[in-house]
Write a protein that binds this ligand. Structure first.
Ligand code: F6P
Length: 336
């Protein structure tokens, strides 16, 4: 018979993502519905090391579902990477009587969760951990979706639509850098959605003539007089791409690095609803005895993956979406 959980911790870690608050809210409200107490751990794993926490009840998480950022703050913890740091964190878990932790974040967050759960077992403690994928990069191998991605896409699209207005008026070229760390999901989705002239992603080696010069040439032959180029930060620097366009094509682009604006904003319906479902599922997984798992989205449904197995999974490059992008940007009918 699984030991009933009585008290759990919840934390947010790594780069913040719109929808994290909705996930925290769902964890707290679901725990409350199951008669489980909840402790909010501030500033990611650092909060356990420095005993920075606050008891949360269902009222503590009112009016946050629509707020970007995270009420628990977030951080990347260097001290937690070593055993001594995790020992301090375990001491806090023991003092608080935590049976489990819900960790909301990315791969690094989950590796930390697995490490502390294992270290707890070595000390004769039981500390169950569940991960909720939350990053605007959408780069968690086991999950088709991560909280924050949809909101970040819509923020970038809104910004680039505004850029297009002025580029069209001045008949200019805009080079826009989007986030994504080492992944190109944001650039790929946003590029398709804004009708980009060209998109550079880290998953495809950049051939400047093929990927930029030819795309702009054909667009120009088709009568277009302004050009929108989207660059994933992992594929290169928009500034350098802009300078090269100036040197090799002779047009003088305007460069925009969207940066951290993509991390803010009120979460979209998709992020609020997905985060709420994931928060619920995480608490139920703990209550049903899951030791260490990640709540992932697979084809729109939530699944629980064993954490170690999940961390080994690699995401398949979305070649089909890239082929669609190529078809929509190649303008082959103007290749004379
Ligand atoms: O992982 C989310 C992310 O926004 C990446 O897209 C970006 O490269 C990174 O975080 C920026 O990190 P920081 O907020 O620490 O500058």
């Amino acid at each position: 018979m699984e030991r009933k959980i009585k008290r759990i911790g919840v934390l947010t870690s790594g780069g913040d993502a719109p929808g994290m608050n909705a996930a925290v809210r769902a964890v707290v409200r679901t725990a409350s519905s199951q008669g489980v107490q909840c402790v909010g751990i501030r500033r990611g794993w650092n909060g356990l090391i420095s005993s920075d926490f606050t008891v949360l009840d269902s009222s503590s998480v009112s009016h946050i579902i629509n707020k970007g950022g995270t009420m628990l703050y977030t951080a990347r913890s260097q001290e937690f990477l070593n055993e001594a740091g995790r020992a301090k964190a375990l001491n806090t878990c023991k003092l608080l009587g935590l049976d489990g932790i819900v960790a909301i974040g990315g791969d690094g967050t989950f590796r930390g969760a697995l490490a502390i759960s294992r270290q707890a077992s070595e000390c004769g403690m039981s500390l169950r951990v569940v991960g909720i994928p939350a990053t605007i990069d959408n780069d968690i191998g086991c999950s088709h979706y991560t909280i924050g991605f949809d909101t970040a896409c819509n923020t970038a699209i809104e910004c680039i639509d505004k850029l297009r207005d002025t580029m069209q008026s001045h008949e200019r070229c805009s080079v826009v850098e989007v986030m994504g760390r080492h992944a190109g999901y944001l650039a790929l989705y946003v590029g398709i959605a804004i009708g980009a002239t060209a998109v550079l992603i880290p998953e495809r080696e950049v051939d400047f003539d093929r990927d930029i010069v030819e795309k702009i040439r054909r667009a120009r032959l088709a009568g277009t007089t302004h050009y929108m180029v989207v660059v994933a930060e992992g594929a290169g620097s928009a500034m350098e791409i802009g300078e090269r366009i100036h040197q090799e094509i002779g047009i003088d682009p305007r460069v925009t690095v969207l940066g951290h604006i993509q991390r803010g904003g009120s979460p979209t319906a998709r992020d609020r609803e997905t985060a709420s479902r994931m928060g619920y599922e995480a608490v139920m997984a703990l209550a049903e005895g899951a030791e260490h798992c990640i709540i992932a989205v697979q084809n729109g449904c939530l699944v629980r993956f064993e954490m170690e197995e999940a961390l080994q999974m690699k995401k398949q490059f979305q070649m089909e979406r890239y082929q669609i992008l190529e078809a929509l940007t190649n303008r082959m009918d103007h290749d004379y």
